[in-house]
Design a protein around this ligand. Structure first.
Ligand code: BYC
Length: 331
């Protein structure tokens, strides 16, 4: 499927038929596996695609703190609260690396923030679902961070240097996040009948939205062919989704939980699990802003931004004061 995507991308370029010498040289560097760095020449399309993807990714890390933040004050033990706080702080850090990586492409942090707060910019669909019980915190770790790792490990090898390098640390931290989620779920599944039921209920609600995180099916993915050609995407949405299903089935079995898909079954010929149809109308409704929590998430981010104005102004006033005091540089 990936090879097909690259072929489609190449066909588009041939159809355009008007690649300048500079554009040919740029594509040749990518084909040779050379990393593109901020000061290198790049096509406008490549720059825009990366700004779109990296800023969406950064926004996802920032908004992704909200569903889990809902449980900080209600974590069942001090140990779980400390782990959850550390995880949420890591997500803030991921947002910062990613905003910095996007800034190297010529967009300002202020512009990205404005786009998020106005609702113009996208962030991952998954963060528009509510965390109704403590088991949901475990599901986010196991399924959401699990999906993030599957998606992001290939990004460590993508063609844009600052994005690829940022992903290395992000993936290491995500691995810890996924394990904490699975560990939390193991405790619940070994606990009382009610605790196990709580875990099953959470799996029923998070399974399908987690599979949607990988994006629309390949035939509907508008950006894939070009992103594959530029080695921003190394695997297709459906390939990574299949990897997620194959990885999660034995993990669910170990927990003693049932994946809510009656069509899920091992296909020996393909060497993969077959799985049921995804309700893409739900995905597109969430993307349009009509998921269960879209409005709430944006309202919370806007309030946090407004409430922090006094702090930003104070920091700016302090910086201005020090700049004024600094003696002029000797000629
Ligand atoms: N949600 O042509 P396609 C995390 C959009 S953070 C919303 O396949 P592309 C974590 C897509 O943007 C997880 N929108 O697009 C954080 C496009 O619309 P535009 C975030 C989605 O870019 C805290 C349209 O649909 N990870 O893990 O080739 C705590 C058509 O799609 C989604 C990343 O951002 C979605 N799920 O592929 C815990 C990873 N899917 O932009 C965990 C980096 C698709 O043309 N991003 N869309 O208007 C990617 O790898 C790619 O951007 C995607 C989509 C695979 C997501």
């Amino acid at each position: 499927m990936y090879a097909q995507m690259v072929e489609t991308g190449a066909a588009r370029l041939r159809a355009a038929g008007e690649l300048s010498e500079q554009e040919h040289a740029f594509q040749a560097r990518i084909d040779a596996g050379v990393k593109i760095e901020p000061k290198d020449w790049m096509t406008e399309g490549y720059r825009k695609t990366l700004i779109r993807q990296i800023s969406q990714h950064a926004h996802s890390e920032i908004v992704g703190q909200l569903p889990e933040g809902n449980w900080v004050t209600r974590a069942p033990t001090l140990k779980r609260k400390t782990i959850l706080l550390a995880k949420i702080q890591d997500e803030a850090g991921h947002g910062l690396y990613l905003y910095s990586a996007a800034e190297t492409l010529g967009i300002s942090r202020d512009q990205m923030t404005t786009d998020l707060l106005s609702g113009k910019a996208k962030y991952s669909s998954i963060f528009n679902y509510p965390t109704l019980t403590w088991a949901d915190v475990g599901m986010i770790g196991w399924l959401v961070d699990g999906a993030a790792i599957i998606n992001q490990i290939p990004l460590c090898r993508c063609s844009y240097g600052p994005y690829a390098r940022a992903m290395i640390r992000v993936c290491k931290e995500e691995a810890f996040h996924a394990r904490q989620g699975y560990d939390l779920l193991m405790s619940l599944c070994k606990g009382t009948v009610e605790q196990k039921e709580m875990a099953q209920d959470a799996l029923n609600r998070w399974w399908w939205p987690a599979l949607m995180m990988f994006g629309p099916p390949d035939q509907e993915s508008v950006n894939s062919a070009q992103s594959a050609q530029w080695k921003i995407k190394l695997f297709s949405n459906d390939e990574l989704r299949q990897r997620m299903v194959d990885q999660c089935v034995p993990q669910a079995e170990y927990l003693g939980l049932t994946i809510p898909d009656p069509d899920l079954k091992w296909n020996a010929e393909r060497g993969h699990y077959d799985f049921g149809a995804i309700d893409w109308s739900e995905f597109y409704a969430v993307l349009k802003g009509n998921g269960p929590c879209n409005r709430e998430r944006l309202a919370v981010r806007n309030k946090a931004w407004d409430d922090g104005a006094w702090f930003r102004e104070g920091m700016q006033a302090n910086a201005d004061k020090h700049l004024k005091r600094r003696p002029p540089k000797a000629a």
